[in-house]
Design a protein around this ligand. Structure first.
Ligand SMILES: Nc1ncnc2c1ncn2[C@@H]1O[C@H](COP(=O)(O)OP(=O)(O)O)[C@@H](O)[C@H]1O
Ligand SMILES: [Mg+2]
Length: 327
């Protein structure tokens, strides 16, 4: 395994408040490796932005340590900044200039010559599909176009790590999917990406590895597949035509080695199994043999929300629909 490009050790940041300290970051340990897309998933207020702001030298941790590309965020902030790109929740494009001009200016701020900046801008405009709007004034851009420009701005100076804070918040599903493609391309360019999100699908789709954060702490960490394996198994839901055979069904299911758990309730069966796609045809054959009439059958595989539920007792969808505080 190569050396981690982001390392944190017991990072803490508390904010004072009238009701006692808010433990925004409460002992975070993590490692991000070169070339991976690392996701930080958690509800609003979990501490994602504060962690990112510590790593990007914008906020000082109360205690603990963090290094980026081997440089200490506290003692070597200049070296850290040269090695990172950061796209905050608000974005950083300068609206009265064109996308291309924004990129060239960014390059100049990082000490590129005008020629180098122009070349790099052209390269990124092509690579990230900005050609269509690159020479328009940025204040005419759609939300999705602005985010794509922000991402390009973030990697203009070829940073080792790009930090993206909630890159797709506020975008419609189509623009979100489009930005996912652009972020995927960063992986191909060899940029390490550290992104935060409160969207389950985003963390699942984009992350090579992710950490789930809640109340300032990491509650689970791994690849999306590893994390989903923490959850009990797949769930098969069966709607029955009638409930006359429920007792017989319960007796049948209890005998089957592949059934981990089940409930029988009126005309509804809920069956937990290891591998739903293998068990489903077998169950259908069994019901057919026993003349049990099935109205509907669906398979649900675990999601990251099930992982969040298992680790915290709440669901991310709940915290999302409840609004939550905005960080
Ligand atoms: N500057 C600040 N002053 C006081 N409290 C803050 C400050 N920044 C963040 N917090 C609090 O810290 C917690 C974590 O916030 P944040 O890191 O923004 O979470 P997230 O990005 O996961 O939504 C929240 O309870 C938030 O209200
Ligand atoms: Mg945030």
């Amino acid at each position: 395994m190569p050396d981690a490009v982001v390392v944190t050790e017991d990072l803490k940041k508390y904010f004072p408040s009238r009701n006692g300290p808010v433990k925004a970051v409460d002992g975070v340990n993590l490692e991000v490796f070169p070339g991976e897309i690392f996701g930080f998933l958690g509800p609003n207020g979990a501490g994602k932005t504060t962690t990112l702001r510590i790593l990007t030298t914008l906020v000082k941790a109360d205690s603990g340590a963090a290094t980026i590309a081997g440089f200490d965020v506290l003692r070597e902030p200049g070296d850290v900044r040269r090695n990172i790109g950061y796209v905050g929740q608000a974005g950083g494009a300068d609206r009265p200039a064109t996308g291309r001009e924004n990129l060239i200016l960014q390059g100049r701020l990082y000490d590129m010559t005008l020629q180098q900046a122009k070349e790099r801008a052209a390269e990124l405009i092509a690579a990230l599909d900005l050609t269509e709007f690159a020479d328009r004034i940025a204040h005419t851009y759609s939300g999705g176009q602005l985010r794509r420009l922000d991402v390009a701005l973030g990697i203009m100076h070829r940073p080792k790590v790009l930090f993206l804070d909630e890159p797709t918040t506020g975008l419609d599903p189509q623009n979100r999917a489009n930005l996912w493609i652009q972020i995927g391309k960063l992986r191909d360019m060899g940029v390490t990406v550290f992104l935060t999100t409160h969207y389950l699908e985003e963390a699942d789709t984009l992350s090579d590895r992710l950490a789930i954060m809640d109340h300032g702490k990491i509650v689970a960490e791994g690849t999306p597949t590893e994390l989903k394996k923490l959850v009990a198994g797949d769930t098969i839901s069966v709607g029955l035509m009638d409930d006359r055979k429920n007792a017989a069904i319960a007796a049948l299911l209890a005998q089957k080695p592949y059934v981990r758990d089940f409930t029988v309730d009126d005309c509804h069966l809920r069956i937990v199994v290891e591998e739903g796609s293998k068990v489903m045809p077998e169950l259908l054959r069994l019901f057919d043999q026993e003349s049990i009439e099935v109205a509907t059958i669906t398979l649900a595989v675990p999601t990251l929300d099930d992982v969040f539920l298992k680790q915290t007792g709440r669901t991310l969808r709940d915290t999302e629909s409840a609004g939550g505080e905005q960080g």
